[in-house]
Design a protein around this ligand. Structure first.
Ligand code: SAH
Ligand code: SF4
Length: 437
């Protein structure tokens, strides 16, 4: 077991963030924007970390690597970046000196910056990660990523967007106003950052006292797209990132150990199954359209029937590959016996698991978590109907790392900057507030 670490550590090398109205106007928009940047903050060149094979090929061609060598060079880079976790081109000893020099002139292997790391009493880790700037006025979007170690597995909860355009009434991320899609490189980079931080590369060791799985497997064995954002509003990049994460010659995550959670973007579900072939989780949360319209507003576009029809048609669905239905327990809202019975009726015929999630409150949230007896009773009804219904153990509560609590510092900072601007305090003041937090 882990030594208890209970720290909130800020990276002393992290540069302060300035926030200006211009940056706000130029760097972020309320609707999702597409970007083509690589993941790492890369002074002096773009980072190759997180890129797909095709993108690596283009990067090599751009520095004059001849066409006939491209395939071999991509394979070499792939091995160093994704299998070994190389941080410097100098390590790549099977590539000629001249090529290594060229690579380091044009590119870097920089990771996005870890602004802070928090370690929970239960070993859960949460990183605030700052992506590379996308232009002169953007200081870099910040997202959160959570690592949940257990004895026999390590799960990384990744974000697919900065914030979320959907506004589920019980979710903190949904209150974040500024949203953009993460690039596939930025999604992959979250796994690289996690492997760096917990020493999950060949020859590396975990930090002293860290809680990591001890079953002899990789420290990150599972990925869930349950951080910030709606993955199926960013399907292209999510599918590309999953390709990189599951590549057998690199990061080697099994697709069966990758779960994409969606609030119900029905038109994209088939494609996810066909192209990414991952496990699917559905944020159901209500069994009547009227209530689901309120809790998960995308239901007004794609109702429960359409959603469940899309589930029945999900490619690869079988008893061995069940869909997980997530159901957040909200006191007096969706937690009655009748709700539980309707739930099992609705799911009839769908190979399913039901995951009951105790509601995680956040400052200003208008719901309460159901009482424990109520959750047990609900779970009992579901279990008797033949469904496994594990109640998700809240992890990392002391560091606000649980489901739906992720809301980036950038956003809080911007809110603060707005407030200060209104009060006539300059942006510089933000540094002091931030560092003192
Ligand atoms: N946008 C995707 C994935 C991210 S949310 C989706 O909605 O599925 C991951 C899970 O956390 C979802 O099931 C979501 O409904 C749930 N969640 C959000 N806020 C929560 C909260 N405050 N307490 C418990 N679960 C929450
Ligand atoms: Fe977005 Fe998912 Fe939160 Fe809904 S629950 S606001 S879809 S992140």
């Amino acid at each position: 077991m882990a030594t208890v670490l209970d720290i909130a550590k800020r990276n002393p090398n992290a540069a302060p963030v300035a926030v200006s109205n211009a940056a706000r106007a130029a760097g972020f928009i309320e609707k999702t924007a597409e970007l083509t940047v690589a993941a790492g903050a890369a002074p002096g060149g773009a980072s190759l970390v997180g890129l797909t094979r095709d993108q690596l090929k283009d990067s090599l061609a751009a520095i004059g690597v001849p066409e006939r060598e491209l395939k071999m060079r991509v394979a070499q880079l792939w091995h160093w970046i994704y299998f070994r976790g190389a941080k410097d081109f100098a390590e790549m000893t099977n590539m000629g000196k001249e090529l290594r020099a060229k690579l380091s002139q044009a590119y870097t292997l920089a990771r996005p910056q870890v602004v802070s790391e928090q370690v929970s009493k239960d070993g859960t880790r949460k990183w605030l990660i700052r992506m590379a700037s996308t232009g002169p006025l953007d200081k870099g979007a910040e997202i959160e990523c959570v690592y949940i170690p257990e004895v026999d597995r390590g799960t990384l909860c990744v974000s697919s967007q900065v914030g979320c355009t959907l506004t589920c009434s019980f979710c903190h991320t949904g209150t974040q106003r500024l949203v953009r899609n993460l690039t596939s490189a930025e999604i992959v980079a979250q796994l690289i950052v996690a492997r760096d931080a917990i020493g999950d590369w060949p020859g590396a060791t975990p930090p002293e006292g860290a809680f990591v799985p001890n079953d002899g497997g990789r420290f990150v064995s599972n990925i869930v797209f349950m951080g910030m954002g709606e993955p199926l509003y960013n399907t292209d990049n999510v599918v590309a990132a999953i390709d990189v994460m599951s590549d057998g010659e690199g990061l080697t995550l099994s697709r069966r150990r990758i779960t994409v959670s969606t609030s119900g973007v029905v038109p994209q579900m088939e494609r996810l199954g066909a192209e990414a072939n991952t496990m699917l989780a559905i944020s159901l949360h209500a069994v009547r359209d009227e209530l689901r319209d309120e809790l998960v507003p995308i239901n007004r576009k794609y109702d429960i029937k359409q959603l469940l029809d899309a589930c029945r048609a999900y490619p690869g669905l079988s008893n061995a590959r069940r869909i997980t239905f997530e159901y957040v327990m909200l006191k007096g809202v969706n937690d009655s016996d009748a709700d539980a019975r309707t739930l099992v009726q609705l799911l009839k015929g769908i190979p399913a698991k039901i995951n009951l999630i105790p509601f995680n409150p956040w400052p200003g949230s208008k719901y309460e978590c159901s009482d424990w007896e109520r959750i047990e009773r609900f779970s009992e009804i579901v279990y008797r109907a033949g469904y496994a219904s594990p109640v998700r153990t809240p992890r990392g509560r002391d560091i606000l790392a649980a489901c739906g609590q992720l809301k980036s510092e950038t956003e809080k900072l911007r809110a603060r900057a707005r407030m200060m601007a209104e009060q006539g305090i300059g942006a510089e003041g933000v540094y002091a507030v931030r560092d003192g937090e």
